[in-house]
Design a protein around this ligand. Structure first.
Ligand code: BG6
Length: 516
């Protein structure tokens, strides 16, 4: 172990800041410690947490990976992951942060890796005061999830379920490839871990704006009375992305497609937060019980229903913001005859008293004109038209738009009278923007989620029954698509707003996709 790891330091930056939630002393073990997720998200999140005084002084980070790196080499690599220019005190703080970092080399399926890890963690308990509390983060390919958990158990690194010291395991997505594999994984996980020790991450739940859906609905009293079928005509949930298969993702993505990569997890979670009943309190189980009921109210579909209600599509070459981009089938790692679809749109209804008959339209896709995630609640038109039609041809109905990203905020569209002698209306907006309402920028999703694991708060993580119910719904779609007579994916030009068939999904309701 490098010398600088030998002392427990007090973090003066933390002591200077107001502390709200500082977790127990602990060691964070990053499986996949040299991988892309660690580099892009986890290390920056841990750094910002430490920088903001949200980590205890007694903490350590152990990267695990196959490369034969020393602690010093690992620190040099980690340093490259941090955007140093953004922090004027980076140099002063870095030395301190680096002294909490170390590396342990080994293969994930080799028992020796875990023997070494156990020794290292015992040393850190002494040198860094981590007190036997261990967070294991599985930032690895899904085929290693069960192996790592099994090996952790065999090496005696998982305590039987107990409050202190604790062991917690964070499992990245995808949790399973379909319903059957998710159940097998769950069975393997539960051989070693109690459900309370498992944190299945969905980073959308860590986004401040996603959490704000609950605040808007249940922290105010004016929205909830109209949040139902009597007042809401339809709901649109859009997660649009400009990116294609950047960063060598093609090979992974081609095994997943938008349905597994975005819909089964992120979009189902957004749907849950929009559609759930008020929980009795904000405890993890109260919130997750209500989300589960939404997933249980998803429709049961025949193959024909799937083909009628779900559109899958691949982009062909096109241009985004002036740059030529290849089609999906030309992307590196994608099979030239692939049927995997980077775009999915669907129309569904929920079988509940609150929502019966209200269409929910979901769409997500790569290589759309811009990155934008939003939820739009479309309210009914007034029952009679007293005024002249709106000047701009707008629908005349109210809309509440929750902008998840970018331009985070919310706006309410309503009609106002155009000044003058005529009784003409025009749509205007009341707008709330995070950027102007709050001085502090929202923390990155991974910061919030890592902190919650350390604090032992699973509210923003998906419970096993949620995963199961979401897969049950998605599985019917996968099954229908896999049939030999299933219609192949349709196409759209990269840089367009998706295929014509997606527009047709809404035609029967007399609705259009919002232009973002
Ligand atoms: C990930 C998906 O979970 O979410 C990616 O695997 C997607 O394909 C990403 O690009 C989107 O996340 P965000 O936070 O950029 O909206």
């Amino acid at each position: 172990m490098a010398e600088s790891l030998g002392t427990v330091e007090v973090n003066p930056l933390r002591e200077a800041l107001p502390r709200t939630r500082v977790p127990d002393p602990c060691a964070v073990v990053l499986f996949g410690g040299t991988g892309d997720l660690t580099h892009r998200k986890l290390v920056p999140a841990l750094y910002h947490l430490a920088r903001g005084g949200n980590l205890p002084s007694e903490f350590a980070i152990v990267g695990i990976g196959r490369r034969d790196w020393s602690d010093e080499q690992y620190r040099d690599e980690v340093k490259k992951s941090l955007s140093q220019g953004a922090d004027p005190d980076f140099d002063a703080f870095w030395g301190q942060f680096a002294s909490h970092l170390c590396f342990s080399a080994g293969a994930f399926d080799d028992a020796e890796t875990y023997t070494k890890l156990k020794e290292r963690l015992a040393q850190l308990d002494k040198s860094h005061g981590t007190r036997g509390n261990h967070l294991f983060y599985l930032a690895v390919a899904p085929e290693y999830f069960a192996t790592i958990i099994d090996q952790l158990g065999a090496a005696g690194l998982i305590y039987s379920h107990q409050e202190s010291p604790w062991s917690r395991v964070v499992i990245e997505k995808p949790f399973g490839h379909d319903l059957a594999s998710a159940r097998v994984l769950n069975r393997d996980v539960s051989k070693v871990l109690d459900e309370s020790q498992v944190y299945r991450i969905d980073h959308y739940l860590g986004k401040e704006t996603v959490q704000n859906i609950l605040a808007l609905r249940f922290g105010n009293s004016i929205f909830e009375p109209i949040w139902n079928r009597r007042h809401v005509a339809s709901v649109q949930i859009t997660v649009a992305e400009e990116v294609g298969m950047a960063g060598g993702r093609g090979a992974y993505y081609d095994t997943a497609g938008a349905i597994r990569d975005m819909v089964q997890n992120h979009m189902m979670q957004l749907l849950c937060l929009v559609a759930m009943e008020p929980p009795v309190d904000l405890s993890a189980d109260a919130v997750r019980n209500e989300k589960l009921k939404v997933l249980q109210a998803l429709p049961t579909w025949s193959d024909d229903d799937v083909h009628r209600n779900v559109v899958r599509a691949q982009y062909t070459k096109g241009s985004i913001q002036g740059s030529e981009v290849p089609g999906y089938l030309e992307e590196k790692g994608v099979k030239p005859d692939s049927r995997t679809s980077p775009y999915v749109a669907m129309r569904l209804t929920l079988n509940t008293w609150r929502w019966a008959g209200v269409p929910f339209y979901l769409r997500t896709g790569k290589r759309l004109p811009k990155r934008a995630t939003e939820i739009a609640m479309q309210f009914h038109k007034p029952p009679t038209a007293l005024f002249e039609p709106e000047a701009d041809g707008a629908s005349g109905a109210n809309q509440l738009i929750l902008r998840i990203q970018p331009n985070e905020g919310a706006s309410l569209a309503f009609q106002a009278k155009i000044p003058g002698s005529r009784r003409r209306l025009q749509e205007v907006r009341m707008d709330f923007r995070y950027g102007t309402a709050f001085a502090v920028p929202p923390p990155e999703a991974y910061e919030r989620l890592l902190l919650d694991v350390m604090l032992g708060d699973p509210t923003l993580f998906t419970r096993t029954d949620e995963v199961d119910s979401a897969w049950r719904f998605i599985n019917q779609i996968l099954d229908a698509w896999e049939k030999p007579d299933a219609p192949p994916p349709v196409t759209y030009d990269a840089g367009s707003w998706g295929p014509v068939a997606a527009d047709a999904l809404l035609d029967g309701d007399g609705v259009r996709w919002r232009r973002l």
